[in-house]
Design a protein around this ligand. Sequence first.
Ligand SMILES: *[C@@H]1O[C@H](CO)[C@@H](O)[C@H](O)[C@H]1NC(C)=O
Ligand SMILES: *[C@@H]1O[C@H](CO)[C@@H](O)[C@H](O)[C@H]1NC(C)=O
Ligand SMILES: *[C@@H]1O[C@H](CO)[C@@H](O)[C@H](O)[C@H]1NC(C)=O
Length: 975
Amino acid sequence: MSSSYFLFFSLTLLFITVLSPVPNFASASVEEGDALLKWKETLQVPNNSLLSSWIPLPMNSSASIPCTSWFGVVCNADESIQKLNLTSSGLRGTLQEISFFLLQNLTHFDLRVNSFFGPIPPQIRLLSKLIYLDFSQNQFSGEIPPEIGSMVSLEFLYLYSNNLSSSIPSSLGALTSLNVLSLYQNQLSGLIPSSLGNLSNLQSLYVAENNLFGPIPNELGNLKSLTILVMAMNQLSGYIPSSLANLSNLNRLNVAHNKLSGPIPIELGKLKSLTRLLVSNNTLSGSIPSSIGNLSNLQFLFLDQNELSGPIPIELGNLKALTNFQVSQNLLNGSIPSSLENLSNLECMFLQRNNFSGLIPNELGNLKSLTDLVISKNQLSGSIPLSLSNLSNLQILYLDVNRLSGPIPTGLGNLKSLTDLDISNNKLRGSIPPEFANSTRLQRLDLSSNQLVGEIPKEFGKMKSMLNLYLSNNQLSGIIPLELGSFHELLVLDLSTNRLNGSITRSIGQWAQINYMNLSNNKLGGKIPSEIGKLVHLEKLDLSRNLFTQEIPSEVQSLQTLQKLDLSHNRLSGSIPNTFTNLHGGIDIDLSYNELTGPVPPSPNLLNASVQGNPGLCGNVTGVKLCTSQITKKKNDPFRQKLILVIMLPLIGVVLLCLFTYGLIAYRQRWKKSPRKPLEEESGDYFHITSFDGKVVYDDILKATNDFNEDYCIGTGGYGIVYKAKLQPDNVVAVKKLHSSSENVDHSGFLNEVRALTNIRHRNIVKLYGYCSHARNSILIYEYLENGSLGSILKSDVLAKELDWLTRVNIVKGVANGLAYMHHDCSPPIVHRDISISNILLDSDYEARISDFGTSKLLKLDSSNWTAVAGTYGYIAPELAYTMVANEKCDVYSFGVVALEVVMGKHPGELITSLPTLSDDHLVLANVGDSRIPPPSSQVEKDVMLVLRVSRACLNSNPHERPTMHQVSNLLMKA
Ligand SMILES: *[C@@H]1O[C@H](CO)[C@@H](O)[C@H](O)[C@H]1NC(C)=O
Ligand SMILES: *[C@@H]1O[C@H](CO)[C@@H](O)[C@H](O)[C@H]1NC(C)=O
Ligand SMILES: *[C@@H]1O[C@H](CO)[C@@H](O)[C@H](O)[C@H]1NC(C)=O
């Protein structure tokens, strides 16, 4: 019963047409058909296109063939072509050869999502019965023909996402039947014609993302039916006309990112239906009108990046529906009104970069829905209110760069959802409360530049998710606690400019991912521990201005990604280790003002290093004296042999260049609701052991796969063949041998990318352990997952039965979480570009893990986002066909296809295009759900329906209307 719903529908249509009365002999459709065939001749039509149904009419045949059997053609009762719908048909060509004269009965003409180019011919005006014209998402260029203004039957005109230029013809003002005018994402310039004010039936006007300039015409205030007005991202100037306040049905007003000036009209307070008021990034001035407080349906109020002054009106506390409130980067002053405590639905509040002063109101502690609170860079004083510890949903709290004083409230440790806390650059005093450590999800903690005293609490060790810890510029004393060794994921540590003493704990060896470490300007002493050599991702290491003694550990040579090394102003002695010559070139090294002795080793890095202030050093380097041997034997260069070594070593290195990192650590789950066991750690240990020697790993892999023997092949992915390699009894990895065509040129850029990817830890993302480039093969090494790909399971009738509805919902959730993480928690965001069921893998619990993240970009190496072939047919977002720019929204679309596929058990095919227009009533599980498994219980059915509705939203052909993965993952959390 399940999947036949659509099929049934189209069959009925067919019957109706077949049974309709036999036409007159020389029916209109013969000529019309010829006209279409002629046009088809000029088009590039993909193989297997449904357009192959457009075939010449046999002599003496029934003339109704175009009406009954041509794809995309619908005729009227008199067998004349009425609708032509070639949406998303992969067509390329122009409209030059189409005979509009012969198609005058057309009422619907839909070419959306193809690759049509060239001008829209003015003859289009001949289609005088046209009601619906959709040429959106093509590459049409040239002007919008003014002749369109004579097509007075038009109700829908979609030309968005093309390359149309020149100005909007004022003749469009004659289209008084028009409901929707959508021209966004073109290169239109010039003024917005005031004649558009005559479109008395217009409901939606979209002209965003063009180069329109000049004022917003007053006359738009006449558009009494308007519900949506979007003019963002142009160069519009002048005032916001107060006439807009007459648009009593207006729901969305978006004029953000223009050059509008003057005040926000007080009259806008009359727009009672408004849910979104977006005026960000203009040069609006004056104060925020208190009348805005009347907009009781407002959900989004974005006034940020303007020149608004004065206080936040108390009346804004009436906006009970508000979820997002943005007034950052203005000149607002006064105190933050405590009336804001009434915004009980508020999720995000951004007040940063203004001149707010006074106290942070205690009442903000009542905003129980708040997830993001940002008040940075103001002049707030007083202490941090204890009440903030009631904000149990808070994830981000930024109060940095203010004048806050007093102690850090211990209650902040109650914020169990907090991931990011910045209260730096204030005047906070007292010691760091150990209770902080109860916020175990903290990933970034910045307490720097305050007046904190006392020790770093050893309880901090509990914050195992910590990625970035900044405590610099305080007066902290005592030792660096051993317990910090449990920050297994630490990336950045800045403890500089404090009064820390003692030696560096050996537990630093645990910070396997760290890339920035600054302990400078403390009183740390003793020997620099050899464990420093384990921090193989370090890019900057600053231990300057301490009391370190003894020799520089030779293990420094392992720091192969180092860019800056500062050991200056210590009491280091002995000679500079020869192993410095093993460091790669171009490092900025400062060893000045120590007690180092002996010759400076002949490393190219040291030739430019700062080494002055070490009286015992000698060498042919600025700042130190020549060695005696150099003075006497200058002619017979004694370094010659060593120099050869220096040159040869890197050369050998090129032949076998391996980069290894290891995914030691399980991802700490971000959501309390779904506690899970951590990832297995065994493979991690292996790479830990061998992390210095890529050759060992490469040889082991060769052995384990019997020289990449077919027997070990477990699949062919994009870019390469995948093998299963058992490296140790309990350590299995998946190895992807890259096609040699994937060879790359910019090696260092490539390695940086790989490094970024290996640093990613999320329980829904397949762990990339490392990459190895050998003269013969390049390989990527991934975590191995027992249950293989979602694709292979769904395609097998036997295996698919294993996936019950709950498991399927969980798989979709997992994919959403993984994507949300890559899009929103990685900086810069990482776009997958090729989400499909074949690169979603399942672990032994059928938890989803996305594989091949970043690979498509990685292997193309064109740091831009321009995509050539990435993506799997059937999963590619429609806009990619013409923009060629892959962004997050393309992943959202592919996710939508995958989610739908998980529910249906097969690729949704045609349903993709019809889904976004299906109402909830028609979106019935019984019609689409996988019939291989029994129907879900009513509870689970709700969750599955939620998945269906979410995928419907993701498949919106307009990328801007698709939700973000963050929103998707939040929505699905409710399932
Ligand atoms: C054309 O077909 C697509 C689906 O195939 C549909 O979404 C769209 O509404 C149709 N256009 C018209 C004008 O009927
Ligand atoms: C349009 O349809 C009418 C009948 O509905 C027919 O008489 C006429 O020939 C058609 N026009 C064209 C150009 O085919
Ligand atoms: C502000 O708007 C202009 C267009 O007027 C745009 O170019 C710029 O990127 C916007 N700035 C921000 C921060 O969004």
